[in-house]
Design a protein around this ligand. Sequence first.
Ligand code: RP5
Length: 164
Amino acid sequence: MTDHSPQVGIIMGSQSDWPTMREAAQMLDDLGIVYETRIVSAHRTPDRLWDYGKTAVDRGLQVIIAGAGGAAHLPGMMASKTRVPVIGVPVLTKALSGVDSLYSILQMPRGFPVATMAIGAAGAANAGLMAAGILALNDPALAARLDQWRADLSASIPEEPSDD
Ligand code: RP5
């Protein structure tokens, strides 16, 4: 019987983060990885954050992708609450172009790491790929799909630039 419980949790601080975070979801869809999506705000719903982190291991989550913008405390707080690896996505902000998000997520104290991606959509897509790479360590079928995805991307890059 196939296990359809989510392996990856994609969490974000706000509905406004979803256009960015759906890039991670799309990547997991493309690679056939089961995931869930939740709005979990470090500031607006701290109890939800706590419950999510407290139950993550028992629910079988293997990677958490956490996106937030501005005072982006969600990834770091989640890393404090669970040993499930957390991949942080700094969401682009209007005021400070996402540098605020980046620094908030990146500078974790020793002991509680967050694997921090680039700012914005590329970072979210790469978070999906990073999660896939972690899961592929123990999943040969996924490893083959990820290898194929990477080969397809390389093959799609032209050798010469064009004017079109
Ligand atoms: C953060 O505040 C969220 O992650 C979001 O990026 C930012 C703005 O949230 P909204 O005011 O758009 O809901 O917590």
